[in-house]
Design a protein around this ligand. Structure first.
Ligand SMILES: NC(=O)c1ccc[n+]([C@@H]2O[C@H](COP(=O)([O-])OP(=O)(O)OC[C@H]3O[C@@H](n4cnc5c(N)ncnc54)[C@H](O)[C@@H]3O)[C@@H](O)[C@H]2O)c1
Ligand SMILES: N[C@@H](CCC=O)C(=O)O
Length: 516
């Protein structure tokens, strides 16, 4: 069934033409700086008095402003999406797919500009930004393939009656993505909704609204009818609860923190006046991911993989490793290796535009939260590398390695979402597994080992949605490593898969007695 699907390849920025194209895209970003972006409801562009300002985390420079949606306009967006649903739901699947295919082409044509805006707003480096664009393309291509299959309905038993069981769309969805994958996660939410025949109201993160707007503009150009995709940046506290509780909202697709995910889940379970359905919620949330380093592991390889998992994009991936659980007999040797990797990264940190291995964290509030955890770390272990932070020019935090952290320490239990790694000692492989599982989360995990029996044991007992061996815990690739977490990490929706699309579909079983 996967015949014909291929993963998109990331650009090689050592090729001069690619580098030049990227620099040109930054020039274009500079020209566009300071622009004002509207809401888009039913194809209409609406400017509001209230604004959300986007800032570069690398330099603190203001990049532009987007209109901020009120509850009244959010109501209009949901009603508009509801009206658009009445015709979009019966639009043939191949017509919907045509729009998505045009979107794929438009994304490719606008690749450098999308990458550049993503770098500017989120502080990621070039490779991370382009990797994200590839992930978005992979989502689209996988959803095209899955939708064609789903459109055939379920295979049923032969009978004298005419029977079929078909997938039908369910209604208006609300997409609430995070800022850390401002393009791929938002785009995946939008396209999974509309390719299945639903309509969507998208509320981007207030940290990355411009790259979101650029994507929605391409959706319009791709030919999705007005009202099918609506764009309403807004504050979570002003319109967040409102759009979740709205009686015409049929499903909510959320990715973000545990706190907001649980709030959405609670709000969505309450029935509003006039509501005729049980709302569906996809909520992909945080992690406190562990990588186990076994006695038999290649320590250099483990340290390199863990440094990449813990510090790339400044530890701001839900899949990032924030706990290294290391067997006692290799503990000291491993700490030396990981500290050396972190020191090397520390020397290569700068703005997103400089395209270095490490950049800034997203904003002042993240900077304050992470630096607060570093202060806690000083009392909970020994910092062997990093520990410094500086927000004079942008929001920079050094890659920080903390050794001798107890398994129940605060920095071993809470999601920090920054470049801070706790190194925890385990006396046996069984204890290492117990420590790895000892959080409320269950998103990603990895084990570095050459012991087959330990690999087998971890396959059975390491309870995470994405488990890896002898590699980093980040960088899931669509349809190679379907992504989604257990426990408080979320609903395990596994983006990119056929199962994922069924979150947004009903199955209708139809039977006709032919003897009548
Ligand atoms: N599991 C995954 O696949 C995955 C992927 C990326 C990020 N994450 C998690 O996301 C978090 C970081 O992202 P973040 O800081 O954007 O998370 P967040 O929870 O602060 O915000 C996520 C989104 O929710 C919106 N929001 C806030 N309050 C709301 C409300 N009351 N109602 C509706 N929407 C509301 C925000 O504006 C934003 O668009 C981390 O915890 C990270 O682990 C998880
Ligand atoms: N899917 C991404 C993480 C997304 C969350 O931030 C990875 O596998 O690294």
């Amino acid at each position: 069934m996967l015949k014909g699907f291929y993963n998109s390849s990331e650009l090689d920025f050592t090729i001069p033409e690619n580098k030049e194209a990227m620099l040109k895209a930054f020039e274009q970003v500079d020209k566009e700086k300071g622009n004002d972006y509207p809401l888009i409801i039913g194809g209409e562009r609406i400017m509001t008095e209230e604004k959300i300002f986007s800032f570069s985390p690398s330099t603190k420079e203001q990049l532009g402003a987007v209109s901020s949606c009120s509850q009244e306009l959010a109501d209009r967006a949901i009603r508009t999406a509801h009206n658009a649903f009445l015709s979009w739901r019966t639009t043939p699947v191949e017509e919907r797919i045509c729009c998505v295919r045009r979107l794929v082409e438009l994304m490719k044509q606008n690749r450098f500009l999308l990458d550049a805006w993503s770098i500017e707003e989120s502080g990621k480096n070039w490779g991370e930004a382009d990797g994200e664009l590839c992930e978005a393309l992979d989502f689209f291509n996988s959803y095209i393939m899955h939708m064609r299959e789903l459109d055939k309905g379920l295979e049923l038993m032969d009978t004298d009656e005419a029977v079929k069981c078909i997938y039908i769309p369910i209604g208006v969805g609300v997409a609430v993505p995070p800022w850390n994958f401002p393009l791929s996660l938002l785009a995946g939410m939008v396209v999974s909704a509309v390719i299945t025949g639903n309509t969507i109201v998208c509320k981007p993160s207030s940290d990355t609204p411009i790259v979101a707007y650029k994507f929605i503009e391409l959706c319009e150009k791709a030919g999705f009818p007005a009202g099918v995709i609506n764009f309403i940046p807004g504050s979570g506290s002003v319109i967040g609860d409102y759009i979740v509780k709205h009686p015409l909202t049929r499903f909510v697709n959320f990715t973000g923190s545990k706190e907001v995910g649980l709030r959405i889940s609670r709000m969505a379970s309450e029935v509003s006046e006039g509501q005729k359905w049980i709302k569906r919620v996809v909520a992909e949330m945080g992690g406190k991911n562990a990588i186990i380093v076994d006695s038999s592991a290649d320590l250099k390889r483990a340290a390199a993989g863990i440094a990449n998992s813990a510090f790339s994009f400044q530890g701001q991936k839900c899949s990032a490793c924030s706990r290294a659980v290391v067997l006692s007999d290799v503990y000291d040797a491993f700490v030396e290796e990981i500290a050396a990797c972190a020191k090397d990264l520390q020397a290569h940190q700068g703005s997103g535009r400089e395209d270095l291995p490490m950049g800034p964290v997203i904003n002042k509030s993240a900077f304050d939260r992470i630096s607060h955890y570093i202060e806690i770390a000083r009392n909970e272990g020994t910092i062997v590398c990093g520990g410094g932070f500086d927000d004079s020019k942008g929001f920079y935090i050094e890659p920080t390695v903390v050794r001798d952290v107890a398994k129940n320490a605060v920095i071993a239990k809470e999601e920090i979402f920054g470049p801070v790694l706790a190194v925890i000692r385990a006396e046996s492989f069984d204890e290492a597994l117990e420590i790895a599982n000892n959080t409320e989360y269950g998103l990603t995990g990895s084990v570095y080992t050459e012991d087959r029996a330990h690999i087998q044991k971890a396959k059975e007992e390491f309870h995470v949605g994405n488990l890896y061996f002898n590699r980093k815990s980040t960088g899931a690739v669509v349809l190679q490593h379907p992504f989604g977490g257990f426990n408080m990490s979320g609903t395990d929706a596994k983006t990119g898969t056929r199962d994922y699309l069924t979150n947004f579909l009903n199955l209708k079983s139809i039977c006709e007695d032919l003897t009548y």
